[in-house]
Design a protein around this ligand. Structure first.
Ligand SMILES: [Zn+2]
Length: 181
């Protein structure tokens, strides 16, 4: 329990407790305050219980916005991760194409030296043609991207929840307390 000791000079009230009985304090105005005995302290005005408790955090606009932003981010991340996850699960990777080089090699064996040379010159001049990635490679590349989006979504969920949690824990502006007169 805390008590209010009024100053004789400025009538400002200083908060004291039992342990300060008999001591001298200095008021904000500079005057010396004599803290009365234990028994006399009990006759003093007490600090209301509601005042002694830590001030209730008010739910101000900044905190509300921060909380809402965190929640929106978490939900967006959840939706993104969910969509990517569904894509990931339902995706089918086509089998790798089977390339059978046997017939081509057998044909090469039948070529004469001149034909082989001509084939070589043709390949050297015209090349093998543009590289065509296989369907398997394309799908796997796409899935890597989907997985990245999935992880990004989860990160967004985590960040959003942290922001929302911070908004709850963050000390808000103290509501102005009525001054004891
Ligand atoms: Zn004073």
């Amino acid at each position: 329990m805390k008590y209010l000791l009024p100053c004789q000079q400025c009538s400002e009230k200083t908060t004291i407790d039992m342990s300060q009985a008999g001591r001298q304090l200095t008021c904000r105005c500079g005057a010396t305050l004599e803290v009365p005995s234990l028994r006399a302290i009990r006759t003093l005005e007490t600090v209301a219980d509601s005042d002694a408790k830590p001030p209730r955090r008010s739910w101000n606009l900044t905190r509300g916005l921060l909380f809402a932003a965190g929640l929106v981010l978490a939900l967006a991340g959840l939706a993104t991760a969910g969509l990517a996850g569904v894509n990931w699960v339902t995706a089918t990777v086509p089998p790798a194409p089977v390339v059978n080089v046997g017939p081509a090699l057998a044909e090469l064996d039948t070529l004469s030296a001149v034909d082989t040379w001509d084939a070589w010159v043709d390949l050297r001049t015209n090349g093998l043609g543009p590289y065509m990635p296989t369907a398997k490679f394309m799908v796997e590349t796409a899935l890597e991207r989907v997985f990245g989006i999935f992880v990004g979504g989860l990160v967004a969920v985590a960040v959003g929840l942290v922001i929302a949690a911070v908004a709850i824990v963050l000390p808000g502006q103290q509501a102005p307390r009525p001054r004891a007169q």
